[in-house]
Design a binder for this molecule. Structure first.
Ligand SMILES: Nc1nc2c(ncn2[C@@H]2O[C@H](COP(=O)(O)OP(=O)(O)OP(=O)(O)O)[C@@H](O)[C@H]2O)c(=O)[nH]1
Ligand SMILES: Nc1nc2c(ncn2[C@@H]2O[C@H](COP(=O)(O)OP(=O)(O)OP(=O)(O)O)[C@@H](O)[C@H]2O)c(=O)[nH]1
Ligand SMILES: [Mg+2]
Ligand SMILES: [Mg+2]
Lengths: 291, 277
């Protein structure tokens, strides 16, 4: 779709040899439309297009017999390069290794915690989950239910309201659960809720999780940048899980978050069913964003 | 900018950025910018005040073009709540239940999410908070059967308002959209002119995919109003404007937090003022 639109822009100028400024501006308008429709942040899209413009005005394109194809290639390559590598590696040192999930309300943290637990077990680790959402109605029950479904131990305390106490006790108990990895599910929170942002800052300071994953909804629009930036400022997350990517959201948030925080998307949530998360592939994401 | 300066492409670009960053989408943003540039041709002396006031006026006009569907129901009013996963349906139902209970109405909640872990427990807690009844059937194989039984009971007992919670679903999941269509048909079996209000719950952080959501959900069950949630966050929720503009589905309610009282009726003027801030 995007590449054919771009091809059409250049079909008009075939045989004229050199690309003009207006050809390039027509092309960049097409690129911008694709990025914005894919929910790439406005400012991120602007910076990206500047990069592409510079490369597009380079010799290889100007002398190419199919400048449209060249530009599509530049856009695709630049997008993949910007979104980082496809390693999906997590920092799992520590005894136990501690992973903490954070994000806005409803983004898919609790579900992703269970998915993460399942894939870690498949990789030969012995994970347990900790229910640190003491606010949402039946949140603890939700994690306990998922734990039972996949036969992964869950530490919870229905009476305790201090999430740090819950987490610290869980980590102490990890030996008893013979678990080598502790996955902490936290409550959804707004970046403008300073008390709640302090809560995760405190958890980070006191528990020193080696892996903090920001769980973001794949259909997030322009707000992805402000939200990711705020979470990064408070807990310096080390990776991103983009959820609900089994839908048809183009996922421009993947580019926006990486561009603004420098942190790569590591995994994609591809359904409600508890199954291992999909490892993020920048080139596949680039194609998806370009539509 | 302060004081009078000539209208320029630069000012139009700034306005475009403002609208796109609020998630209005390119189509609606460009339509509005076109309008502004016709009203204030390039190099016309303008102040930021009169440009923004004009834009505000145009946006409010757009929002007021479709009235909310005020249904006076003699008998039971049936409200169906739908939307994608995690948008805020169950919580919004808790808020609506509280609203109706405070008006002295008898309310019945229907646990139509027979799938997700602890969905029933979550809605049950909300029914307790609102002081209203809930009908559930944990053995149900299809939400339509829970809905049918609940509506038959509501009819016999002359319940004022029935609010049906449904499972989150992506509009790309055909079998789930078929499931929703079946729920809609079953509602009509018990009350021929129901659902009296079908609410699509939309998270304010949603990007352009929100348009697809509204379009596709409308195919399974006609949507009357939007409930725009999580407006207490940093997102502007402009996708609701794009949906209203394209599909004539107005926002009726807004979610402003996680407590029962954290909702309000949508106020176009207040909303647009906050958007253009
Ligand atoms: N289709 C789809 N649904 C998902 C995915 N991940 C989570 N969900 C669904 O999204 C909804 C919200 O998921 P939760 O795990 O409860 O989200 P959360 O971030 O823990 O929510 P809070 O704790 O309230 O902030 C549920 O209906 C999940 O089943 C995914 O990758 N694909
Ligand atoms: N800040 C804020 N949070 C909200 C609002 N509405 C809902 N939430 C939160 O969003 C999360 C998801 O809400 P739910 O009511 O479970 O959403 P749902 O659409 O029923 O989710 P599924 O049934 O899993 O599809 C919960 O943590 C709610 O507390 C709102 O207006 N503001
Ligand atoms: Mg949760
Ligand atoms: Mg729900």
């Amino acid at each position: 779709q995007f590449s054919s639109n771009l091809e059409n822009v250049f079909k008009k100028i075939r045989g004229h040899g050199k690309l003009s400024e207006s050809n390039i501006s027509d092309a960049t308008r097409e690129i911008r439309r694709a990025l914005l429709e894919a929910d790439v942040n406005f400012k991120v899209a602007k910076d990206f297009i500047e990069k592409v413009k510079t490369k597009a005005l380079g010799d290889d394109v100007l002398r190419s017999i199919s400048p449209g194809q060249q530009i599509v290639k530049i856009v695709r390559d630049e997008l993949s390069a910007l979104m980082g590598d496809d390693s999906g590696d997590m920092h799992l040192s520590g005894s136990p290794a501690i992973i903490m999930l954070v994000g806005l309300q409803g983004s898919g943290k609790t579900t992703s915690a269970a998915k993460l637990a399942m894939q870690l077990r498949k990789q030969g680790r012995r994970p347990m989950m900790v229910a640190c959402d003491v606010y949402r109605p039946a949140a603890i029950k939700q994690l306990e239910t998922l734990g039972k479904q996949i036969d992964i131990p869950v530490y919870s305390n229905h009476q305790e309201k201090d999430v740090l106490k819950i987490a610290e006790t869980a980590i102490k108990e990890s030996v008893r659960f013979s678990a080598d990895t502790v996955i902490i599910d936290t409550a959804g929170r707004l970046t403008v809720d300073s008390a709640m942002m302090d809560e995760i800052k405190n958890l980070k300071t006191r528990l020193s999780p080696k892996e903090i994953l920001f769980v973001g909804d794949g259909m997030t629009g322009q707000d992805a940048v402000a939200t990711a930036q705020a979470f990064s400022d408070v807990v310096q997350f080390t990776g991103v899980i983009l959820t609900k990517m089994d839908g048809d959201a183009r996922g421009g948030a993947a580019l926006s978050i990486k561009a603004v925080t420098g942190i790569p998307v590591k995994f994609l949530g591809m359904g409600e069913k508890i199954q291992p998360l999909e490892v993020f592939h920048p080139s596949r994401m680039a194609d998806r964003i370009l539509g | 900018f302060t004081g009078q300066i000539p209208m320029s492409e630069e000012i139009l670009d700034t306005l475009e950025a403002l609208l796109i960053e609020a998630d209005l989408g390119m189509d609606l943003a460009m339509e509005l910018i076109e309008d502004v540039s016709k009203h204030f041709p390039i190099s016309t002396p303008v102040t930021s005040k009169n440009v923004l006031e004009y834009l505000q006026k145009k946006l409010i006009q757009k929002l007021e073009k479709t009235n909310i569907k005020e249904v006076n129901v003699h008998g039971t009013k049936v409200v169906l709540v739908v939307g994608v996963n995690g948008s805020g349906k169950t919580t919004s139902i808790g808020k609506l239940a509280t609203l109706y209970a405070n008006e002295g109405k008898s309310v019945l909640l229907v646990a139509g999410d027979t799938f997700r872990a602890a969905a029933l427990e979550q809605l049950t807690i909300w029914s307790e908070r609102a002081g209203v009844e809930i009908i559930k059937n944990q053995a149900a194989t299809h939400p339509a059967s829970v809905v049918y039984d609940a509506l038959v009971s509501a009819k016999t007992r002359n319940i004022d308002v029935v609010i049906i919670d449904t499972a989150g679903r992506l509009h790309t999941q055909t079998h789930l959209m078929d499931e929703l269509e079946k729920v809609h048909r079953v509602v009509k079996k018990v009350f021929t002119d129901a659902p009296h209000e079908t609410i699509l719950v939309i998270d304010a952080t949603t990007g352009q995919n929100g348009l697809h959501q509204a379009e596709e959900f409308s195919k399974s069950t006609p949507i009357d109003h939007l409930f725009l949630t999580k407006l207490d966050g940093t997102a502007k929720g402009g996708i609701a404007l794009a949906i209203h503009n394209k599909l004539d589905i107005p926002v009726r309610y807004v979610g402003l937090g996680e407590k029962a009282s954290d909702m309000d009726y949508f106020n176009p003027t207040l909303y647009i003022k906050a958007l253009l801030d």
